[in-house]
Design a protein around this ligand. Structure first.
Ligand code: HEC
Length: 188
């Protein structure tokens, strides 16, 4: 009965294709849910996107170089809330910094600089920004020996991913050319 045989084989193949497809889709959905969906951009740059937070990184023998892209929702709302709670009192609700931020105060310390294009946050690679925010300005590491600063250390209050979410929010204030330049120094 050639007709029946062909028919049953065709239906088995359909089921086989369906299961393989279903397994493939579940694996992809699973990876997206747990946030390990790596994609490749330009040569050697991998990136993950999870909840509107896109992080690019370059694998190498030293510490991993990374760059956080400007936040999209829902990371944008998270970053805004975290920034408003932990940073805005000094750096300004709109990244404007404290008045006369270039001049030292009576105690010799500097006021909080702006995080928008008029400041110099965007001159630093992300790994350095993460370290300054986690540990504050550590004399001999991220500041000269004996340096005193009003910038607190947030390593006990905020996780790395929360700090990266704040950076992603701050970057929504940067123009494209500053983003490009800061991405380049971050991924070096
Ligand atoms: C109590 C005030 C205060 C708070 C709160 C604060 N900062 Fe700062 N921050 C400063 C001051 C002051 C400086 C400049 C320090 C210096 O140069 O001595 C600074 C510097 C920085 C720099 C370095 C900028 C550069 O151009 O070198 C970064 C990045 C930074 N802060 C991020 C943050 C983030 C993110 C938060 C919130 C999680 C935060 N700060 C909260 C006072 C503060």
């Amino acid at each position: 009965m050639p007709f029946k045989k062909t028919n049953s084989r065709a239906s088995n193949n359909r089921i086989g294709r369906f299961s393989a497809g279903a397994i493939g889709v579940s694996v992809i959905v699973g990876l997206i849910v747990i946030g390990v969906n790596y994609f490749q951009t330009d040569a050697g740059v991998l990136y993950t996107v999870h909840q509107g937070l896109k992080i690019e990184r370059v694998e190498r023998s030293g510490p991993t170089a990374f760059w956080v892209a400007p936040a999209q929702e829902p990371a944008l709302a998270d970053g805004k809330l975290l920034y408003g709670t932990f940073c805005a009192s000094c750096h300004g609700a709109k990244m404007e910094g404290q008045p006369n931020w270039r001049s030292r105060m009576a105690n010799g310390r500097l006021p909080a600089p702006p995080h928008n294009i008029t400041g110099h946050t965007w001159h630093h690679p992300d790994a350095q920004l993460l370290s300054m925010i986690k540990d504050g300005f550590v004399p001999g590491v991220t500041a000269p020996i004996g340096y005193e600063s009003n910038m607190p250390a947030f390593g006990a209050a905020l996780s790395d991913i929360q700090i990266k979410t704040i950076l992603a929010y701050i970057k929504t204030y940067w123009p494209d050319d500053a983003l490009d330049a800061q991405r380049e120094i971050s991924l070096q």
